[in-house]
Design a binder for this molecule. Sequence first.
Ligand code: URA
Length: 191
Amino acid sequence: MPTLAELEADASACVRCPLAAGRTQVVFGVGNPDADVMFVGEGPGAEEDKQGKPFVGRSGQLLDRLVLQEMGLTRNDCYIGNVVCCRPPGNRDPLPAEIEACRPWLEGKLDLIDPKVVVTLGNFASKLLLDTTTGITKLRGRTYPYRSGVLIPTFHPAAVLRGGAEPEAQMRADLVRAKLALEQLRAAAPA
Ligand code: URA
């Protein structure tokens, strides 16, 4: 198996889908390669495309704040990636073919990081990794077995920014669920 840094170097030259043509850079992911918690968003926006890092805009600031307040974790304690690594033009939704083309990079990250808890942010990541057509509003609020641990779907922070107090409270509850799941999994299998 390659290291995460080697996988990232390979991904930086990726031309597996048409998003490659419009990107400034590949936004592979950031954080701790040994993290127990991995967040998966949708895809880079304009600021992420510029900086080469996921969730650096307004959504990211909200994500950082809620994760710190509810889970006590900073970016260095977790890993953050996206369903697609390149910015869809005009921030449109990623297309099914783009998601499939990018999937090996995401699966590679999951293989190498092997997080105990995966938190999917919004419809795209939740549907993809749970292999379902059910939407996030129905999926969230539960813990799903996933790989060697669990998956906890929650709202995308952009939806919380739009939606206000209720989705924020629900996202906070999901993050608390993720924290408790992490504590249980760590107690069952200490590092
Ligand atoms: N939204 C996402 O889904 N991912 C990012 O990296 C930024 C905004």
